[in-house]
Design a protein. Structure first.
Length: 212
């Protein structure tokens, strides 16, 4: 999933400044540029850090956080959100002034709804929060995810409903993955998970079934 960051000297960024003069500033330019990668590769670095802590210090909770985070990322950001993007084909705000412009089944991952960055950020945040009973951890995780979502609005890459949809998908998937895996780790045999690839002449994908 490639980042769509508008160069600060680009015509698109200047258009965003004209449309949103009350929130554009040098400080926010720097802040959004710093936090936006947490909706992409930086989120995987965070999960990698949890995995490393789990391995080095034999911390089962940290290890499980990393595993659940990777699973949630694959499901939410790798499967669900790209599929919805392809079906809806919503045009990004830096390409049109019409929020109701859709091109279904045309455009793939380069479309607006849902926001892939928001999906990823909230999937990881929800997993971290679900594995921790410390308020500051949850507040930090969701706060950073919210800044990622804001950065996508700030860069005029998404409509508000795009980042809201991404946040909801990421949170729902992340929380569900943790809940299901906790039951599996506890030995609950009533939980059944099956995964199967879908390969056809004109389509490729995967199917996931969870029964609990």
């Amino acid at each position: 999933m490639k980042a769509r960051v508008l160069p600060l000297d680009s015509d698109e960024h200047r258009r965003a400044q004209e449309l949103l003069p009350w929130w554009v500033s040098g400080t926010l330019d720097d802040l959004t540029k710093a936090v936006e990668p947490f909706g992409q590769e930086y989120s995987l670095y965070v999960l990698g850090a949890y995995g490393l802590v789990g391995l080095v210090f034999h911390d089962g909770e940290a290890r499980d956080t990393a595993i659940d985070g990777v699973i949630a990322s694959i499901l939410a950001s790798g499967m669900i959100t790209p599929s919805i993007k392809f079906v809806l084909g919503r045009v990004r705000p830096n390409e049109t002034d019409d929020p109701l412009k859709f091109q279904p089944f045309n455009g793939g991952n380069d479309t607006a709804m849902p926001s892939g960055h928001a999906t990823q950020a909230f999937a990881v945040a929800s997993v971290i929060s679900a594995h921790s009973d410390r308020f500051w951890v949850s507040a930090s995780a969701y706060g950073l995810a919210s800044l990622v979502a804001f950065s996508r609005l700030y860069h005029n890459a998404h409509w508000t409903s795009d980042v809201v949809a991404g946040a909801l998908i990421g949170t729902l998937v992340g929380r569900t993955v943790v809940a299901v895996n906790k039951r599996i780790r506890a030995g609950d045999r009533s939980v059944q998970v099956s995964f199967a690839p879908i390969l056809g002449k004109d389509e490729k994908g995967a199917g996931l079934t969870i029964v609990f």
